[in-house]
Design a protein around this ligand. Structure first.
Ligand code: SIN
Length: 277
C-alpha cells in the first residue's frame, strides 16, 4: 500500500475521512499519513474495510498497547475487543451521552477503534465533538479562568452497582471493584499535536479539584454547553465496513439510541495513552 491517501474533512466540525487505504496492509509511510490525520482531526473515519478480529487487534497494536476496558463484556475468544451492543429487546444503549472513554483512569486511553459489525436498518449514528475547536473558541477570560484548573473524573455513577448501567438489561457493567477516579488538567496539551484541548466531559467529570459539585457547577456546565455547540460537532452514519477511530484527548462522542427493536453490534478496541498535562 502506497502513501497516496486522501484525507477529506468530514461535514461538520469534527473529524476527517481517510480514503484510499486498506487497514490490513499499511506501510510505514501510510501509517505516518494516518497518524498526522489522527492528530489533526480528533477522529478519523474509514469506509469499506474488511477487518477480521485479528486484523482489528493488529491495527490497534500499531498505535500502542491495548487498554482492556474493565467493564465491557468482550467478544468470545478476544478479551482485547469490547462488545458494544444493543440487542433487539434492549431499550438502553451504551455510550448514549457525550463522553470520552476512560477519562476516569490515571492514565487515560489514547483512542478507541470502533468497527461496525451489525447495524440497524436506519439510525444508530454516532456524534463527535471537537475539543481543540471548543478550546480555541473560548473567550480569553474563560481561558484564563480554566488555565490552572483540574477536574475530578469518576465512573462510579456510570458503572458502579447503583449507577446508570446497573439496570436489569446491563448487569455485566455493575462492577464496584473496578470503579475508579482520577484528576486531570481541564486544559491539556495534546501529546501528538501539541495543541491545547478541552479535557472535561459530561459523562465522567464530577467537579473541579478543590471545589464542591455546587461550586463547580456554573463553570463546568458552561464549558459543557459550549463544547457541544453544533459548530464543533459532526454526525457519522455507519455502513457495513465503517470504522471510526477517535482520540479521547481531542474529542467527545455520543451514540444515538434511535433504533428501538433492532440490533446494533460494534467491536471496540481501546489503545493505551499517557499521563496528561
Ligand atoms: C462508545 O461510546 O464507545 C460507543 C460508541 C458507539 O457505539 O457509537
Amino acid at each position: 500500500m502506497s502513501a497516496a491517501i486522501e484525507v477529506r474533512r468530514h461535514p461538520g466540525g469534527c473529524g476527517a475521512e481517510v480514503l484510499g487505504v486498506d487497514l490490513r496492509d499499511l506501510d510505514d509511510a501510510t501509517m505516518a499519513a494516518i497518524r498526522a490525520a489522527y492528530a489533526e482531526h480528533g477522529v478519523i473515519f474509514f469506509r469499506d474495510q474488511k477487518l477480521s478480529e485479528d486484523d482489528h487487534i493488529a491495527f490497534a497494536k500499531r498505535w500502542g498497547e491495548i487498554d482492556v476496558n474493565k467493564f465491557f463484556p468482550h467478544i468470545e475468544g478476544y478479551r482485547e475487543i469490547a462488545k458494544v451492543s444493543k440487542e433487539k429487546a434492549q431499550t438502553t444503549n451504551i455510550g448514549g451521552g457525550w463522553h470520552t472513554d476512560h477519562s476516569y483512569d490515571e492514565i487515560p486511553a489514547m483512542g478507541s477503534i470502533l468497527v461496525a459489525r451489525v447495524l440497524p436498518a436506519k439510525g444508530g449514528d454516532t456524534l463527535f465533538a471537537n475539543m481543540y475547536a471548543a478550546y480555541d473558541a473560548l473567550d480569553d477570560e474563560t481561558k484564563a479562568e480554566i488555565a490552572d484548573l483540574k477536574a475530578v473524573h469518576s465512573n462510579a455513577h456510570v458503572f458502579g452497582s447503583k449507577a446508570y448501567y446497573s439496570n436489569p438489561e446491563r448487569t455485566e457493567f455493575a462492577r464496584d471493584e473496578a470503579v475508579s477516579q482520577a484528576v486531570h488538567p481541564v486544559v491539556i496539551t495534546h501529546p501528538l499535536s501539541g495543541r491545547k484541548s478541552l479535557y472535561v466531559n459530561p459523562g465522567f467529570v464530577l467537579r473541579f479539584d478543590g471545589q464542591s459539585r455546587e461550586e463547580s457547577q456554573t463553570l463546568l456546565y458552561k464549558l459543557f454547553a459550549h463544547a457541544m455547540k453544533p459548530e464543533f460537532t459532526s454526525r457519522f452514519q455507519w455502513r457495513p465496513g465503517s470504522i471510526a477511530f477517535w482520540d479521547n484527548r481531542a474529542s467527545w462522542h455520543f451514540a444515538l439510541n434511535d433504533y428501538q427493536g433492532e440490533e446494533r453490534l460494534m467491536h471496540r478496541i481501546t489503545v493505551a495513552g499517557c499521563a496528561l498535562n
